[in-house]
Design a protein around this ligand. Structure first.
Ligand SMILES: Nc1ncnc2c1ncn2[C@@H]1O[C@H](COP(=O)(O)OP(=O)(O)OP(=O)(O)O)[C@@H](O)[C@H]1O
Ligand SMILES: [Mg+2]
Length: 409
């Protein structure tokens, strides 16, 4: 939920940096009291046992004043913890953080909102937490409500708000206090298209005014297009800092193996009379790979095995981006349907230029009969592969549109 935080203008020594993180470590204690016998507890003298867990370890870097800075990293890598330390919701166990100017934050959904109070009352409550006087809030109130697009609902208790409405109100308050440094954790994806565009405009305004925005996002394309610079966190340590394009490329490459091992399991159903035992992605040399470049030649190979003869099988596959977006799906019905197959073999789908943009994708595969009455095998997440940057070098969305630019003046 939306946490709004502000600290007074800090007397930052360093004019160049908006935020300076110096040797910051943050520890959480994980208590292990459950499933302990009374005797064991008494033996310990009533003290709880715990394990230290370092969510951040000796993190140092500077975020320059002006522009948009991104934080990327896998779940649990410490991104939110770092933002909370910057916002002073958490105190580091070691090191320190200096923020130059007034900081405002939009953190997890809903924190900072009082459930029983109306949107109006929450604007006043949050505004005052952010250091605005009642008069100042009066002055900004209409703009805040207008930006959030919640006129109709402003007197409704926020407990009845949708998550999108929460974010809109939280974001609207957070930016309308005129922060020098704005922290945004992931929440933007919750708003609808129109609201996202308004946020983008607001970010552009803040940026033009020389303010600093720090965003955490799992959307690598958002980070690539929005940010001037980004840091990659891994297990509480800064792995690398750099321009988003290159950083993301390394990040995607580096995190593949670990991810597949961690997630793996898709689902599977069907009669089993024919099965796709393995899906491979082949590069232009015909070698199996887990990563290809956008726009490079690639082939999907489906190895099958049947129990007895299968008449007129149809092979199909779908590709989903790992956030679940269905990128594409095709089948072989209108092209090749063999009269029958038996035993083992493989079916290839060759692409002269892989039309997907940089990112990670899952392949779903199916074998059905020609009438579509029988599903022999249906396997989701049969293969996960990564697409690295290639041609076009900069592309957004899901697929790389093929076309030719021309110019006439
Ligand atoms: N209050 C807490 N008590 C104990 N452990 C915590 C607490 N807050 C965070 N952690 C742990 O610290 C680690 C970092 O968490 P954090 O929320 O910063 O990760 P994140 O990078 O934001 O992940 P995500 O992408 O899932 O949002 C995780 O292992 C998390 O379980
Ligand atoms: Mg987080």
């Amino acid at each position: 939920m939306t946490a709004l935080v502000s600290t007074a203008r800090s007397k930052g020594r360093d004019r160049g940096a908006a935020v300076r993180v110096e040797g910051v470590s943050k520890r959480f204690r994980l208590y292990q009291e459950r499933n302990q016998t009374l005797k064991a507890a008494m033996m310990r003298g009533g003290r709880a046992t715990y394990e230290d867990f370092w969510a951040l370890r000796d993190v140092s870097f500077e975020i320059p004043t002006g522009g948009v800075f991104g934080l990327i990293g896998q779940n649990g890598s410490g991104k939110s913890t770092l933002l909370k330390c910057m916002a002073k919701i958490l105190t580091p166990d070691e090191g320190r953080i200096t923020v130059n100017g007034k900081i405002s934050a939009l953190l997890e959904l809903g924190a900072g909102f009082h459930q029983e109070l109306s949107g109006r009352e929450n604007v006043y409550l949050n505004g005052s937490i952010l250091g605005l006087s009642r008069k100042e809030i009066d002055r900004k109130f209409d703009e805040i409500v207008d930006f959030a697009g919640l006129d109709q609902f402003i007197d409704t208790p926020v407990k009845n708000y949708s998550s999108g409405m929460y974010v809109r109100l939280g974001f609207s308050v957070a930016i309308n206090v005129d922060p020098d440094v704005l922290l945004v954790d992931e929440v933007l994806a919750v708003g609808d298209e129109a609201f996202q565009r308004k946020c983008d405009e607001k970010f552009a305004d803040l940026r033009d005014a020389g303010k600093t925005i720090i965003v955490v996002s799992h959307s690598l394309s958002t980070v690539r297009t929005m940010c001037d610079e980004a840091a990659w966190l891994e297990h509480g340590v800064v792995k690398e800092i750099g321009v988003p394009g290159l950083l993301i490329e390394k990040y995607v490459e580096n995190t593949h193996v670990e991810r597949v091992a961690a997630e793996g399991g898709g689902s599977r159903w069907g009669t089993g009379q024919a099965r796709v035992e393995k899906v491979e992605l082949l590069d232009e040399h015909g070698d199996p790979v887990l990563r290809v470049r956008a726009g490079a030649p690639a082939t999907l190979r489906f190895h099958y095995e049947t129990q007895g003869p299968i008449v007129k099988p149809v092979f199909g596959f779908g590709i989903h981006r790992i956030d679940g977006t269905h990128a594409t799906g095709v089948n072989s019905r209108e092209t090749i349907v063999p009269d029958r197959i038996e035993g083992t073999g493989h079916v290839d789908f060759a692409m002269a230029a892989l039309p997907l943009v940089q990112g990670s994708y899952d392949v779903t595969v199916a074998i059905v009969d020609d009438s579509n009455l029988h599903t022999f095998d249906y396997r989701t997440k049969a293969l996960r592969f990564d697409v690295g940057s290639g041609r076009p070098r900069e592309a957004e969305g899901v697929f790389a549109i093929d076309g030719r630019w021309s110019f006439e003046s």
